[in-house]
Design a binder for this molecule. Structure first.
Ligand SMILES: [Zn+2]
Length: 440
C-alpha cells in the first residue's frame, strides 16, 4: 500500500481544475532536519493526549515574515519563520502548536473542505505539500534545503469559523494542561498579537487574519492562566528553542544581518548562528573553527556533525564528509532527511550500490518529494536500469507539475520496460493512469 501514496496524491492534484491566477501564492519551504526534530519532540507529549498519530504528523517551516501558522491537511502543520522569530520563549510556540493540533483533532479541515468546494481544497493542499514543489537551491550549509511550492490561496481558504477557533483553543488548552505544561505561553503569544493588531491597524498580523481573535479568546486564556496558578506546571527549556530560533534566522536572513545580530552573542545559539552565516558566506575556515568549538562543548550532537559534514561537502572533501553525515544519522535514525543527505552524498561519490537502497528507504517516508525521485532516477540510470530511471524522473516531473516532461519520461520508461519486471510494469501503469486522468 505504502508505495502508492505519492501517486494517490498526484491523482488528487491532477483531477482538479487549476485555480485562477489571483489565488496563486509562492511559498518557500525551509527544509531542516533539526527543526523538524525539535517540533516532533515538543509535540510528542501533547499528542499522547490526543487521538492523532505522532508518527504521521509532519512539521514544515515556511520562509516568511508573516506571523502565522496553519494546518493544511490531516497530517501537516506549517509554521512561518516570522512566528518563530516573534516568539520569546518555547511556551509561546507550544501554545500555538497546541491550538493548531486542536484544529486537527477537531477535524476542522475536513469539515471546511466539505462545506466549501471539496475539490478545490485538496488541490491546494497537494500544492502546499510539494506536489508543485520546485527545488530553489541545492542543499546548503546548515542543513536547510529551500523548496519553492505553489501555495494557492492558502490564507484565504484555510479560514476557520469562529466556533472552530474556540474549539481549537479549548482542545489546545486542555491538551497543554493534561500534558503538564503551563498555558502562560499560549496566553502571552495571543496577547502579543492583539497588541500588534492595535498598534498596526492597517496590517494586522496574518495569524489574526486566519485566526479571528475576539476579546473573548483573551478572557478565556487569561482565565485559564489564573486557574493554573499554584499548579505545578512545567515550562519548556529555553536553550533548545533559542538554538532553533537562531538557526532559522541564520538560514533565512542575509549572512550580513545574521552577523550583525549575533557576532557579539557568546551563547551557544549565537555562535551556532555565526557558524552558519560564515558557511553561507563561504568563509569555510572560520565556519569550521566555529563548529569545532561548539562540538567540544556538545560532542554528541547530531546536527553539529551534520553542519560540519555539509561544510566539508561544500569544500569538496566528500570522503571526509561522509562519516560525519553517517554519524549524524546514527544519532537520529528516524530523520529521513538525514538519511537522504547520506544517500545524496554517496551518489555524488558514484557509490551507486550503497546510495540506492538508502534513497529507496527514504522514499517510503517522503514519497512526495520531487528531488528524491530525481536522485533515484539518476541512481537507476547509473545502474543501467533505464525503465526504472525514467519512471522516477517521470514522478519527479509530475511532482513539479511538469507534465510534458513526465509524459516524455513515461514513453521512454515504456520503451525500455522489461516485461518480466512486474514491479516496473505496475508502476508504469499507475503513472500512465495519472497522466491519463489529467485529460478529464
Ligand atoms: Zn486557528
Amino acid at each position: 500500500m505504502k508505495k502508492h501514496v505519492a501517486l494517490t496524491a498526484l491523482l488528487l492534484l491532477l483531477t482538479v481544475s487549476p485555480l485562477s491566477a489571483q489565488d496563486e501564492e509562492r511559498m518557500t519551504l525551509l527544509v531542516d532536519a533539526e527543526t523538524e526534530s525539535y517540533f516532533r519532540h515538543i509535540a510528542e507529549p501533547l499528542l499522547k493526549h490526543m487521538d492523532l498519530h505522532s508518527e504521521e504528523i509532519r512539521y514544515h517551516i515556511v520562509l516568511s515574515d508573516q506571523i502565522n501558522a496553519f494546518v493544511a491537511s490531516a497530517r501537516d502543520v506549517y509554521f512561518m519563520t516570522g512566528l518563530i522569530n516573534k516568539a520569546d520563549n518555547p511556551d509561546e510556540v507550544l501554545g500555538v502548536l497546541a491550538h493548531e493540533l486542536g484544529h486537527m483533532q477537531g477535524r476542522h479541515l475536513f469539515r471546511a473542505a466539505v462545506m466549501q468546494d471539496e475539490y478545490k481544497i485538496p488541490a491546494i493542499l497537494a500544492g502546499v505539500l510539494g506536489a508543485g514543489a520546485v527545488i530553489a537551491g541545492a542543499p546548503q550549509a546548515g542543513g536547510a534545503i529551500l523548496v519553492g511550492a505553489q501555495a494557492a490561496g492558502v490564507s484565504n481558504l484555510l479560514r476557520f469559523t469562529r466556533s472552530q477557533e474556540q474549539q481549537a483553543d479549548q482542545i489546545g488548552l486542555d491538551t497543554l494542561l493534561a500534558a503538564g505544561y503551563t498555558p502562560i505561553g499560549m496566553e502571552s503569544f495571543f496577547k502579543k498579537l492583539r497588541t500588534d493588531e492595535v498598534l498596526y491597524t492597517k496590517t494586522p498580523p496574518s495569524y489574526l487574519l486566519t485566526h479571528p481573535s475576539p476579546a473573548q479568546r483573551q478572557d478565556f486564556l487569561a482565565n485559564a492562566v489564573q486557574q493554573a496558578e499554584g499548579k505545578n506546571l512545567t515550562h519548556l527549556p529555553q536553550a533548545p528553542f533559542d538554538r532553533i530560533k537562531a538557526k532559522l534566522y541564520a538560514l533565512s536572513e542575509t549572512p550580513a544581518r545574521v552577523l550583525r545580530k549575533y557576532q557579539h552573542d557568546k551563547s551557544f545559539a549565537g555562535r551556532y548562528a555565526v557558524a552558519i552565516a560564515n558557511a553561507r558566506l563561504a568563509k569555510f575556515d572560520d565556519a569550521m573553527q566555529d563548529v569545532n568549538a561548539l562540538m567540544k562543548e556538545q560532542p554528541d550532537d547530531p546536527y553539529l556533525y551534520e553542519l560540519k559534514g555539509q561544510i566539508l561537502q561544500d569544500i569538496g572533501s566528500l570522503d571526509e564528509a561522509l562519516p560525519l553525515l553517517e554519524k549524524a544519522l546514527s544519532y537520529e535514525p528516524d530523520m529521513p532527511l538525514l538519511r537522504f543527505e547520506v544517500g545524496e552524498l554517496l551518489l555524488q561519490q558514484d557509490k551507486v550500490d550503497e546510495a540506492l537502497p538508502i534513497l529507496q528507504t527514504v522514499r517510503n517516508s517522503m514519497p512526495d518529494w520531487a528531488r528524491l525521485h530525481y536522485l533515484l532516477g539518476v541512481a537507476y540510470g547509473k545502474k543501467g536500469l533505464l525503465s526504472l530511471s525514467h519512471l522516477s524522473l517521470a514522478e519527479s516531473s509530475l511532482l513539479q507539475g511538469l507534465r510534458d516532461d513526465a509524459k516524455y519520461h513515461v514513453q521512454l520508461a515504456e520503451h525500455y520496460l522489461d516485461k518480466k519486471d512486474t514491479a516496473a510494469a505496475e508502476k508504469l501503469a499507475l503513472m500512465k493512469e495519472a497522466l491519463e486522468s489529467e485529460k478529464n
